[in-house]
Design a protein around this ligand. Structure first.
Ligand code: ARG
Length: 563
C-alpha cells in the first residue's frame, strides 16, 4: 500500500463511509513544504456535504484517527496534515526495493496481451529526421513501460517505403542520377535528387505528371520501377540500421507501407460492402462529416492508393496478427488529423477495437526556434549529431576521469544517452530547441547527470563492500533521506502514471528528482563514516542505484558503473 493509500484508508474508517476511499484519494494533496507534513487532506468538500465548518470537521477527524501509522497528525485550519512515520516507511520501502530489485514497480495487468507500437517509421530515400528520432525514442520508452506493466510490446517500423515520392525519385534518378553516386552516399544522393526534383518541378510542373506515371507503374508491378525501388529501399535501410544500432533500439517488424500493397483491396472491398465509399471528383472517399473531419481519401482518380489506405490495411492486419489490446502510433502532432480519420473510418465500419487505436503525438524539434524541413534540404543528419554527442561526452569524461577503462564505450553510452534523455524529459507534446552542448552537459537536468549520480552511488557501494540483506532492518528518519525515500516509495505509482498518460517524461522527471534528492543527501551526510546508521544509509544508496538504473533502462539509456 502506498502512503497516500494508508492515509486514505485511515480517513475512510474515520469518516464511516461518508466518502469512498477513491474520493478521498482524489482529494489528498502533497504539501509543498515539509512543515505541512507528507500528505494533506482538505476538508472543504466534506464541509459542503455535512453542512459544517471545515475547521470543526478537521479537528473532529483528527480525534478519530489512530496514530499508529503516523508520526503525528496536525490540524491547520481546514487541513489535516499527516506526518508519516519515517522509520516505518523507510524500512518498508528499502526492504521492498532490496527484495524486488529492478522488478520493483513491475505489474502484470497486461499479462498475455499485446500492445503494438508503430514507431520511428522514417521514409526511404530521405535521412532519418529529428522527428523520426523522437518517434523512435518515445516509442522505445513506451515499449519498455508497457512491458513493465506486463504487456508484450510489438515494435513496428512502418517504413515509408511506398507512395508518390518514389515516382519522383525514379524520375529524378533517371534524369540526373548515376549508380556510382547513389552507391557512394546513398541517402545523401537520394535526398539531393529529391530536392532537385522539387526545385525543377516548380518551373516544369509536367515533371509531377511523369512522377505520378512512374508511381503507377510501380504499383502495377513494372520490373524496372520495382528494381529501382528495391535498391533505394535496401540502401536506405542499411543507413537507418546504423542509427538504430547506435541508439541500441531494435524492432519486431519492418513491415512498411509497401507490405500492404496486396492487402489494400480487401479493406477497400470491406468499405464498399458497408456502403461507405463515395465518389468525389473521380476519387474514392469515405465521408466523415459527422465527425467534423475531412473525408478520408481512399483512392485517387487514377486509382492510386494513399497513405491512409495503407494505414487502414495495416491496422486490420495488426488486429488479426497480434490481436492487440492497444495499438499506439507514435507520430508527430501534425498528423493528428490523419489518425482521427483512421479511427473514425473504423468506427464507421463498426469495429469495436477502433478505440484501441491511439495516436501518441509529440511536438517539434526546432533549431534556433525554427522548424526543420526536408523539402528544402534543411536537415540535421542524425548520425552526425550522435557522433558529436559521443565526442562531447568523451571530452568531459577524459577531463574528469582520464584513466577510465572502456572510455570510448562509456562516452557513447553517455553521449547518445544524453540525446535520448533530452528528448524524453519534457512532456512529449512540447516543442523544444536542440542545442547539443546543452544536451550533453553533466550538470542540470540531463541524462549524464542521472548517469553520473548512478555511477557515484555504485562507487560508494564498491568502497563500502555493502551487501544488501532483505531480512535486515534499515531505518532512516532525517529530513534529507526522507526526500529520497518518498521518491522511492512513489515509484510504482510513477510508472503507472507514465503508462496511463503514455508519457516517458514522467519517468525522466522521476530520475532527475531522485538524483537531485540523493545528491543533496550525499552532500549533507558522511555516508561511509562508522555510525550505527551506516548500513541503513548504504541500503538507501543501494536502492537509489537500483531505481536510477531502472529509470534509465525504461528510457532506453545505459547506466555505466563508472564514468
Ligand atoms: N513515414 C511517416 C512519416 O515520416 C510516418 C508513418 C507513421 N506511421 C503510420 N502508420 N502512419 O511522416
Amino acid at each position: 500500500m502506498s502512503e497516500r493509500e494508508v492515509v486514505a484508508q485511515a480517513l475512510t474508517t474515520a469518516l464511516d463511509g461518508q466518502l469512498s476511499t477513491d474520493e478521498i484519494l482524489n482529494l489528498l494533496e502533497n504539501p509543498k513544504s515539509a512543515a505541512h507534513g507528507d500528505v494533506a487532506f482538505p476538508t472543504f468538500a466534506l464541509a459542503k456535504l455535512l453542512h459544517k465548518a471545515p475547521q470543526a470537521i478537521a479537528s473532529e477527524l483528527a480525534e478519530k484517527i489512530p496514530t499508529e501509522n503516523f508520526e503525528k497528525i496536525e490540524v491547520v485550519g481546514p487541513y489535516l496534515n499527516f506526518f508519516l512515520d519515517k522509520n516505518k516507511v523507510s524500512q518498508d520501502t528499502l526492504n521492498k526495493v532490496i527484495t524486488d530489485g529492478s522488478n520493483y514497480g513491475s505489474e502484470n495487468v497486461g499479462y498475455g496481451r499485446n500492445v503494438v507500437i508503430d514507431m520511428s517509421s522514417p521514409n526511404i530515400a530521405k535521412p532519418i529526421s529529428m522527428g523520426h528520432l523522437r518517434s523512435t525514442v518515445i516509442g522505445n520508452a513506451l515499449a519498455n513501460i508497457v512491458a513493465k506493466m506486463g504487456y508484450t510490446p510489438v515494435k513496428i517500423n512502418h517504413l515509408g517505403d511506398w507512395g508518390t515520392q518514389f515516382g519522383k525519385l525514379i524520375v529524378a534518378y533517371k534524369k540526373w542520377g548515376t549508380e556510382e553516386a547513389v552507391k557512394k552516399a546513398p541517402i545523401q544522393e537520394l535526398l539531393r535528387l529529391y530536392v532537385e526534383f522539387h526545385e525543377v518541378a516548380e518551373t516544369e510542373p509536367e515533371l509531377e505528371d511523369e512522377a505520378r506515371a512512374w508511381f503507377k507503374r510501380l504499383e502495377d508491378g513494372d520490373e524496372e520501377a520495382l528494381a529501382l525501388w528495391q535498391w533505394f529501399r535496401d540502401e536506405s535501410l542499411t543507413e537507418f540500421n546504423m542509427i538504430y544500432d547506435k541508439l541500441g533500439i531494435t524492432f519486431d517488424s519492418f513491415a512498411g507501407e509497401a507490405f500492404y500493397n496486396d492487402k489494400m483491396d480487401e479493406v477497400v472491398d470491406i468499405l464498399d460492402e458497408k456502403g461507405l465509399l463515395q465518389e468525389s471528383d473521380g476519387a474514392t472517399i469515405v465521408n466523415l462529416d459527422k465527425y467534423d473531419l475531412n473525408p478520408a481519401l481512399i483512392k485517387k482518380s487514377d486509382g492510386a492508393t494513399l497513405y491512409i489506405t495503407r494505414d487502414l490495411a495495416a491496422a486490420l492486419y495488426r488486429k488479426r496478427t497480434y490481436d492487440f489490446a492497444k495499438a499506439l502510433y507514435v507520430v508527430g502532432n501534425e498528423q493528428s488529423g490523419h489518425f482521427k480519420q483512421l479511427i473514425a473510418t473504423f468506427r464507421e465500419l463498426g469495429y469495436d477495437w477502433a478505440d484501441d487505436i491511439i495516436h501518441v503525438p509529440f511536438g517539434l524539434i526546432t533549431q534556433g526556434g525554427k522548424k526543420l524541413s526536408t523539402r528544402k534540404g534543411k536537415i540535421i543528419l542524425l548520425e552526425a549529431v550522435l557522433n558529436e554527442a559521443d565526442e562531447l561526452a568523451l571530452n568531459q569524461i577524459t577531463a574528469k576521469n582520464p584513466d577510465l577503462p572502456r572510455k570510448e564505450q562509456i562516452a557513447h553510452e553517455v553521449g547518445t544517452g544524453a540525446v535520448i534523455f533530452h528528448d524524453l524529459k519534457n512532456d512529449r507534446l512540447n516543442n523544444f530547441d536542440f542545442d547539443l552542448e546543452e544536451v550533453v552537459r553533466f550538470e542540470g537536468e540531463t541524462g549524464p547527470y542521472v548517469q553520473y549520480t548512478h555511477a557515484r552511488s555504485m562507487s560508494l557501494l564498491r568502497k563500502s563492500e555493502f551487501k544488501p540483506d532483505p531480512t535486515a532492518t534499515y531505518q532512516l528518519n532525517d529530513a534529507d533521506s526522507w526526500e529520497v525515500i518518498k521518491l522511492l516509495q512513489a515509484y510504482p505509482e510513477t510508472i503507472e502514471r507514465a503508462f496511463k498518460k503514455l508519457e516517458p517524461s514522467v519517468i525522466a522527471k522521476h530520475a532527475i528528482h531522485l538524483a537531485q534528492a540523493f545528491n543533496k543527501y550525499y552532500a549533507h551526510v558522511r555516508i561511509l563514516d562508522e555510525n550505527s546508521e551506516r548500513d541503513s544509509r548504504l541500503a538507501l544508496v543501494y536502492a537509489v542505484a537500483t531505481i536510477l538504473k531502472e529509470d534509465l533502462r525504461l528510457l532506453g539509456l545505459k547506466a555505466p558503473d563508472e564514468m
